[in-house]
Design a protein around this ligand. Structure first.
Ligand SMILES: Cc1cc2nc3c(=O)[nH]c(=O)nc-3n(C[C@H](O)[C@H](O)[C@H](O)COP(=O)(O)OP(=O)(O)OC[C@H]3O[C@@H](n4cnc5c(N)ncnc54)[C@H](O)[C@@H]3O)c2cc1C
Length: 458
């Protein structure tokens, strides 16, 4: 029995590794179109700087990623305490995001009216719709000021998304469930905290956890998986179509070659799966095309410490859309993880583009650099010229779970019922983070190993 995994990002690699661990003799091939595996995870070194081309880290509150790292003998590296300081750019300046309730109500991040409106969250009405956008939900429960200043930048920080289109239920299921269970986020959090105090656990409505990576960056995870998988990974192997003949799948490659497989797992983004499946199932292909991917460009830019007035000592800052700036936000890699920049330098990583400003991400390199430099000059007062710049482009970056995503998944599942042995996997469907991808890989490896021909649904 041959299993073909198409796409060698973290989803495909983790799945391949777990299947090989469960059945070392299994006939598994991972076909990757690029010259390297890893997809959105890759790490580069330039002049003593350690740069992440895409993924920056993962939160350490989901056990499967740590379990995988331990199995690969990788020691997780927690972000430094300095990285607890997070800022939001509002009303022309950076504002520290308060951590405690008292700090929050005494900080001027929100207007007085905005702060008082949050108290009314406890009596805000429920929605009549089961699938609201993030903006509908946040305005209804927390008021306009909190939505625009706090919730909207969170959506662009995680999804590079448009909060007027992203689905609360699909993007932030914990928050959705909190309202469904308790009728109020504040009441729900208080009740959960009281219950947790008895057991010594910590609770959080948001993602929670501590941002974590590895000494050699996120690429270390890919290198370790690639070393274990060896020749099971076939790079430079672009799949253009999957078809069914009798009870086998035929995989067609760009170089006109074909391979047969009994089980095919598409661990590519949905936009690639859409093309690959267009001959097999037009309806399924059309459904996959409904998941949008905006253009995001990441710019790593380093300065001598003295070129940044007052230095910079936090995780970074996000920018609400209403501020009308040309970047989504900036992280300070050198204060987040040790060893990311030589002594005396600050390394920043700025995101541009996303669902509301994709055109900015597609500007040419010179304009991108000018844009980032002028925004950083204005916001954190950098001066002089950058000591190092590197641009990483993601033309189709992050799947957008817009309003209607849950219903779309239901329809995709229906279509999949016609294709025994065909699986959709990866961050396009039920969670975009590395943690989600790894959890889903464990779950799929489990169901493939225990009932190799059983049906796995999304
Ligand atoms: C800029 C950016 C920053 C991010 N930062 C974080 C972060 O800090 N933390 C976090 O948890 N998540 C982050 N994410 C989300 C991240 O993308 C996912 O968590 C995860 O890396 C997705 O892995 P994947 O394997 O599902 O998809 P991908 O990484 O997209 O891998 C899919 C693979 O399929 C291959 N492929 C596509 N088409 C074909 C084909 N026709 N034939 C063969 N191969 C094909 C691709 O080349 C690719 O290697 C970030 C995403 C972006 C874009």
């Amino acid at each position: 029995m041959k299993i073909a995994i198409i796409g060698g990002g973290i989803s495909g690699l983790a799945l391949g590794y777990l299947l090989k661990e469960a059945s070392p003799d299994a006939d598994i091939a991972i076909y990757e179109e690029l010259r390297r595996p890893g997809g959105k995870i890759w790490t580069e070194r330039h002049d003593g700087f350690l740069l992440e081309g895409g993924v920056n880290g993962f939160l350490n509150n989901r056990p499967k990623t740590l379990e995988l790292a331990a199995a690969l003998n990788l020691a997780p590296l927690k972000s430094s305490d300095k990285a607890r300081k997070r800022y939001v750019y509002s009303r022309g300046k950076l504002n520290l995001i308060p951590e405690g309730v008292l700090d929050f109500f005494t900080s001027d991040l929100l207007s007085i009216g905005g702060r008082l409106r949050i108290i009314l969250e406890t009596i805000a009405p429920r929605s009549s719709s089961d699938d609201e956008t993030l903006s509908e939900f946040a305005t209804r429960r927390l008021g306009r000021d909190a939505y625009e200043t706090l919730i909207d930048p969170m959506a662009s920080g995680i999804y590079a998304g448009d909060s007027t289109r992203l689905s609360l239920k699909s993007c932030f299921p914990k928050i959705y469930n909190l309202e469904a269970k308790y009728g109020s986020l504040i009441v729900g959090m208080l009740k959960m905290k009281m219950a947790a105090r008895k057991t010594g656990r910590t609770v959080s409505a948001g993602p929670g956890g501590v941002l974590t990576s590895f000494q050699d960056g996120m690429g270390a995870l890919i290198d370790a998986l690639a070393a274990r998988l060896g020749s099971a990974i076939v790079n430079n192997r672009r799949v253009i179509a999957v078809e069914k003949t009798a009870n086998k799948y035929q995989i067609h490659f760009k170089d006109a070659q074909t391979e047969e497989a009994d089980i095919v797992v598409l661990s590519t983004p949905a936009h690639a799966a859409k093309d690959i499946l267009s001959g097999l199932d037009k309806n399924l292909s059309r459904q996959l095309a409904e998941i949008p991917y905006p253009y995001v460009t990441v710019v790593s830019m380093a300065f001598k410490r003295e070129a940044v007035r007052g230095g910079f000592d936090g995780f970074g800052f996000l920018i609400p859309f209403k501020e009308g700036r040309r970047i989504l936000g900036t992280l300070c890699d050198s204060s987040t993880f040790p060893g990311r920049a030589p002594e005396g330098y600050l390394l920043f990583r700025t995101m541009l583009g996303g669902a509301r400003a994709g055109a900015i991400a597609s500007l040419d390199d010179e304009k991108i650099i000018d844009t980032v430099f002028s925004e950083l000059s204005d916001i954190i007062k950098v001066k002089g010229t950058p000591e190092m710049v590197k641009i990483f482009r993601h033309e189709k970056a992050i799947p957008q779970y817009n309003k209607g995503h849950a219903a779309l998944l239901g329809a995709i599942n229906e279509s999949l019922k016609a294709h025994d042995g065909l699986y959709l996997h990866g961050n396009s469907y039920k969670g975009i983070s590395v943690n989600d991808c790894i959890e889903q890989s464990y779950s799929l490896a489990n169901s493939l190993s225990s009932s190799i021909m059983g049906k796995h649904r999304l």
